[in-house]
Design a protein around this ligand. Structure first.
Ligand SMILES: [Zn+2]
Length: 270
């Protein structure tokens, strides 16, 4: 039996977060949640560090064109296969990933160790620009041409969603109920530096309640939280959405709209 790995969200180290948030707002002003939402979530006079974690990490709305490099020289067939799943988002959105050896912004590793580099993860959106050249921005542990197609669809497309700046979505109530709250608080405290309140808000508040604050709610989203078996009550991982679904595609198209075709010039009056 193979153990199905799940995504571990990946955040920049604390000392890089404020500068990265300022860059994100400079690249796309819509990344700023606005003063009303900030004061509702954080109270009056929150520090820069607390504001930084609420700043979005989306690329400019004019479109995303990113170069992709591989850090461990996989064979051409595997590189092409990974790229094709990254570009699945381009079906509806103005998104294009191309392979390049020259200063790629997206750098993919397939590391199984050390433990803090292993597993499946990607930094979020414009945060990848804060990672030093030569270090991975995405990890696809042990992916090979023998990895099932369903895993390319589930994992590569999910991690690419993070690279596009899409965070995890809340989960359905029946999935949240499978999580051991104390273990989740310890796990996300250790891996994300979240306070118990942040874990309750981010992971332990199901979609039905969280959607009061958020206008999009999609229980089958490929960006649903993925939860390791170590923090569920039955020891089984929660793998979340298995493919980009209709509302994921619609959301991506709204964030990075494709250019509208230019209207044909009117024939000149004779
Ligand atoms: Zn994820």
């Amino acid at each position: 039996m193979t153990i199905q790995l799940v995504c571990t969200p990946r955040a920049l180290p604390a000392h890089l977060q404020v500068a990265a948030a300022e860059r994100a707002v400079a690249l796309n002003p819509a990344n700023h949640p606005g003063p009303a939402l900030l004061s509702r979530a954080l109270g009056l006079n929150p520090g820069k560090e607390r504001i930084a974690v609420m700043i979005g990490k989306r690329w400019p709305s004019g479109g995303v064109k990113l170069k992709v490099g591989f850090l461990d020289s996989p064979a051409p067939a595997l590189r092409a296969r990974i790229l094709s799943h990254m570009n699945a988002w381009g079906k509806t959105a103005n998104v294009q990933f191309t392979e390049s050896k020259s200063s790629p912004q997206v750098r993919i590793a397939r590391a199984s160790n050390p433990p803090d580099m292993s597993g499946y993860w990607s930094y979020l959106g414009t945060d990848i620009l804060s990672i030093p050249a030569g270090q991975p921005t995405m990890n696809l542990e042990a992916f090979t041409m023998d990895t099932p197609e369903s895993e390319f669809i589930r994992v590569v497309r999910h991690e690419t969603g993070h690279t596009l700046g899409f965070p995890h979505e809340h989960m359905r109530l029946e999935l949240v109920q499978k999580i051991d709250a104390a273990k989740a608080i310890a796990f996300f405290g250790r891996t994300q530096g979240w306070t118990p309140d942040e874990v309750r808000a981010q992971v332990l508040t199901p979609l039905e309640q969280a959607s009061i604050l958020s206008n999009k709610a999609d229980a089958k989203s490929i960006m649903c939280y993925q939860i390791p078996g170590t923090i569920t009550k039955d020891g089984k991982p929660i793998v979340g959405g298995k493919n980009i679904d209709k509302s994921d595609y619609a959301f991506a198209a709204a964030i990075y709209p494709k250019p509208q075709p230019q209207p044909k010039p009117k024939p000149k009056a004779v």
